[in-house]
Design a protein around this ligand. Sequence first.
Ligand code: GLU
Length: 369
Amino acid sequence: MTNRLSKAKRVVVKVGSALLVDPETGTIKAGWLASLVADIADLKAQGADVILVSSGAIALGRHSLGLPNGKLKLEQKQAAAAVGQIALAQAWAEALRTRKIVAAQILVTLADTEERRRYLNARATLSTLLAQGAVPVINENDTVATSEIRYGDNDRLGARVASMMSAEALVLLSDIDGLYSAPPGQNGATFIAELREITPDVEAMAGKPISGMGSGGMVTKIEAAKIALSAGCHMVIASGHAMHPLKRISDGERCTWFVAQASALQSRKRWIAGTLQPVGKLIVDDGAKAALGKGKSLLPAGVKFVEGEFHRGDTVSIVAGGAEFARGLVAYDAAEARAITGMKSADVQKLMGEDREDELIHRDDLVML
Ligand code: GLU
């Protein structure tokens, strides 16, 4: 099933430092980048949204700064990232421009993907960029984060982005073609082409980090797979060494697929229904209840009362006739929700401003119980 990639409507592609940066010269491998960008243009032409998570800032910057080879201290890495990120973003922007694609640089911290409000904002920005046809190029904002509060590797960052954006496929392009049952080359090491679950056996296969340049390795890739699979996103580990690395995956080149068992939307809804504790209640009228039953979003007009204290992004119960019948992630704080209760969308915009949501709960954030 190699067409999981060509079928996906939204794809996150993570590019490792070792692929993008020539270690000798500390410069971008421009020919390879052009071939990858051609593949990205093809995916977009087929109607897919593409999000890039690109490493390489440290690898590019350390050379310009004249830092030594080998392991760097955290502050040296951060200094290198500050220098290299400029060249990295420029390389992507130029390469994508040749295919008439607009690039957008997004530097995120761990808190941007883990903290509710920032998460919602990051998601809104990315959605807007995708709707305009741009390709976001994401990296960790390495420069000032302290070690405890950074990802440190773009494998897990890529998986969190894929989960946040409900992507259908996450591609990890690195210097290894996939997962082996033991270190490649070792006696009895067999290649694993497809997995549906991350069992302790699979984790044991991961072994130690292997790449000299990036901070990933098989361990962080398995961690990424856990995040992706629980978000209903397929993940593939593939070698990016050759030209046209995405086309090669679609053409059936050897790689390891981690196959998600549920769709992104199903997984997200399960998470909303099961994992999160509601912190407030929206009491709605029968018309709203009927509309939600037909798959519509919850508008302020259908709400009669707001109970409890909550923030934008919290889970709330939706209640009619005294019974909870749905749950969702609310787009307004409790005080704001009270202020717009019962209002028509036009009045909501007048009161809250045009940049706020029409819906109190968007249908993608809503689950019927
Ligand atoms: N954010 C780092 C960089 O751009 C790379 C992290 C990783 O190697 O995964 O250099």
